[in-house]
Design a protein around this ligand. Structure first.
Ligand code: ADP
Ligand code: MG
Length: 433
């Protein structure tokens, strides 16, 4: 066995270099269940983790095992604890397929997501009684799915007999359609309506799906009347789910509606550090700060930036430094966060000590014209507003004037170090705020 342990440690080490992105610190806690006749069976805490490893990491483990042993090896991941027994005898409680990263512990809480996080915890501690339904909404990449997985996991841990069912909205719709086709609708209905907690992600996909909406409406009513917990997410507020039936939308508001906003700069730094830590990687402070400034709107892209940086470090063999990070993600621009023209105007007027009315006036003195043109340039590069809209904010100037200003400032940016420094400082100020 000591031999097996040594070989396994080598395999894990190799996996770390082969696939750093998907490496997790807890790989060190994996155990060998059997290692014989070309089969390496690896034990992990639960079904969800086994699923993650099988889906995401099996090829790296296989390659590492084969390189280390010099033989063909089949890798299998198995949970070391028995499956949670189901309360509903009619239907096996398929093990919850939750992502092992998506736990409450790995979720960084900040002002932008505090309510959503707290309500998710409350619901998983007393399902069906506190907030029912719980409706989370926010734009893409802000952690809705992460929180749903955490709710499911936590509830299942706390109430091992509870039947928790997690579905993406598409899965719900597809299962419904296929049940109709196969004539198994009663079974599908029993399946959805006999749960203790029904969690459905991205309900905006119910738009334009009248029959599925109808089905969902009845499922909702049954569960609600039986005091079973319902947790839903969408990319917008219930009221904005315009093409959804009113009676459904009004039900979404019965319980608690919690919004997720884009996280603050401090929260983003903490998230980057958490993500790096999960992978067992060191991230120098200036690099974390740089990523947090660069990517603002979408946490998924934050992770993407981290991955690119590590991949670059790995291929070049360089240490992770600010220089390397700039090289790796310097050209990646985060366009998702909506910076407003007013924010830009505020920053510029403050910086050059001019008034908005001056910027909007016809004055052409250099002390006014330059800040005005800088406003236009920054609005053009940091927002998605059209030339006309930008001109409109600055005294109703037409698009050719804005275009001219943009090319003039761009030229100064390249040829005049002083303007370049001012632009950098202003951009930092605006994107940081
Ligand atoms: P959504 O469902 O809102 O589109 P996800 O839940 O898929 O977003 O989140 C995208 C990624 O960002 C996931 O990897 C998730 O772990 C991560 N993430 C989002 N918010 C946080 C947070 N507050 N703390 C840690 N990770 C987060
Ligand atoms: Mg999602």
């Amino acid at each position: 066995m000591p031999d097996t342990a040594r070989i396994f440690a080598e395999i894990i080490d190799l996996v770390k270099t082969l696939d750093p992105t998907n490496t997790r610190r807890w790989f060190d806690d994996l155990v060998v269940l059997q290692f014989a006749h070309g089969l390496l069976e690896i034990g992990c805490p639960d079904e969800a983790t086994a699923q993650f490893l099988t889906d995401t990491c099996r090829s790296a483990f296989t390659k590492a095992a084969q390189n280390t042993t010099g033989h063909l090896v089949t890798v299998k991941f198995s949970p070391t604890v028995a499956k949670i027994p189901s309360t509903t005898a009619s239907k096996p409680n398929q093990a919850l397929k939750v992502h092992p990263d998506y736990t409450f512990e790995n979720f960084v809480v900040g002002p932008a997501n505090r309510l959503a996080h707290a309500s998710c915890i409350a619901v998983s501690h007393s399902p069906g009684t506190t907030y029912n339904p719980l409706f989370l909404y926010g734009s893409v990449g802000l952690g809705k799915t992460h929180l749903l997985h955490a709710v499911c996991r936590e509830t299942q841990t706390k109430f091992s007999n509870a039947f928790v069912r997690f579905l993406s909205c598409e899965q719900f719709v597809n299962a419904f359609i296929s049940a109709i086709e196969k004539g198994t609708l009663p079974e599908f209905q029993r399946h959805c309506r006999s749960v203790d907690m029904l969690v459905i992600d991205d309900v905006q996909f119910l738009r334009e799906r009248e029959h599925s909406q109808e089905e969902f409406f009845h499922t909702f009513n049954t569960l609600y009347n039986n005091r079973k917990q319902i947790v839903l997410t969408a990319d917008c507020a219930p009221a904005e789910l315009s093409s959804l039936e009113d009676r459904l939308v009004s039900r979404f508001k019965w319980g608690l509606v919690a919004r997720l906003d884009a996280p603050s700069y401090e929260t983003r730094i903490a998230i980057i550090q958490k993500k790096a830590h999960l992978r067992g990687l060191e991230i120098p402070e200036p690099v974390a700060e740089y990523i947090a400034r660069k990517v603002q709107a979408n946490i998924r892209e934050l992770e993407g930036a981290l991955t690119i940086i590590y991949a670059t470090a790995k291929t070049t063999g360089d240490k992770i430094s600010l220089e390397l990070a700039k090289r790796a993600i310097g050209s990646v621009v985060d366009v998702a966060r909506t910076i407003t023209i007013s924010e830009i105007i505020d920053a510029v007027t403050g910086y050059y000590d001019v008034r908005l009315t001056d910027l909007q006036s016809k004055k052409r003195s250099q002390s006014i014209a330059l800040p005005r043109q800088i406003c236009m340039f920054l609005a053009r590069s940091l927002t998605r507003h059209s030339l006309e809209e930008i001109g409109g904010h600055l005294g109703g100037r037409d698009h050719t004037t804005v275009l001219h200003a943009c090319s003039k400032i761009k030229e100064l940016q390249q040829n005049d170090p002083q303007t370049n420094a001012q632009l950098t400082e202003l951009t930092e100020k605006i994107t940081k705020s």
